[in-house]
Write a protein that binds this ligand. Sequence first.
Ligand code: GDP
Ligand code: MG
Length: 338
Amino acid sequence: MSVDRKRLDALLKWYKQEVGKDLIAAIIVNREGLVMEAISGSSDNKAIDEEIVGGVSALVEPVLNRITKEFSSGAFGTGTFDTEEYRLIFCEAGPESIFVTVLDSMGMVDPVFPYAYLAAEKIARIFDGRTVSPVIPKIITGRAASQIERKIDKIQKLKIKSGEYAFKLVLGGDGSVGKTSMVHRFVEDIFHVDYKSTIGTSIMKKECKFEGLESKVRFVIWDLAGQSQFKRVRQTYVANAEAGILVFDVTRRETYDNVKLWYDETVKEAQGITLILVGNKIDLTDSRQVSKEEGEALANQLGLSYIETSAKTGENIEDAFKMLALNIIKIYVEAIEV
Ligand code: GDP
Ligand code: MG
């Protein structure tokens, strides 16, 4: 089967841009350690790319040999390996390939890990011939992650500290921007609906699967019916939420203008909440009033990641929730020597 090289290339370019200056190279290798696709962090020059990638892949091979057994049993998942010069992050990308990120020795694994993980998942999908958008939403900085220690010449498996995680997730944004539709699209048929009549809220639970991370992360999604004007109701709704999605409708500018108000109210009632900004209804291309650039600018201003979705077609819905989850759970990720 032929692989969609263009998509792989677009994905790696995006990855390089998001990871930034600490990236030495990103390499997709097969189980035998053969390079299938690669990009270097420092240049846009193919020849230099090849030189850097060549040097680094020689380094990757012996590590791969050491972990191949575990990879082939599907047990490895995600891990790191540090040399004097580099920090490597290995992520299984489906049954055929492994996605290797090479960082500068001074680089930090924690902030890059959610990107690497999400990219590996997309690579797996591309190899599988499924459609995938090459967009990796921007990582939210803010809460400090547990720093993954440098251990020279040791393979460390990344896993989530044991325990089950359930995060309360709330939605903010004007009426009819598509909040309920997004949630329903995300939970699809695997959901459980509960109803809190006192505050008119549906509560849905959905488990997020993270292959190779040996963890259970559950979102408990609270969806407030209608637009309650009562402050007390909204306080109860938002209180103790760990995750939140602020949504506006790209076809109605006033919903974009109101995002700031939703942001202020949400962070006031739920300190330490991890938020993302979503521009929804991108399927309605002809009636767009807010551009992607404007969405990104607002997200930057608020210090949030931005992603555009369509609850109607399903585009980027899963990614939006996944990114949000990864940004929360990276705090609980630890490295175990193997
Ligand atoms: P909420 O008030 O924010 O929960 O919005 P709803 O989920 O109830 O959606 C309001 C309306 O917008 C409904 O008629 C939905 O079918 C429609 N809608 C939601 N998302 C999309 C989308 O991505 N594209 C289009 N074309 N319509 C959408
Ligand atoms: Mg609704």
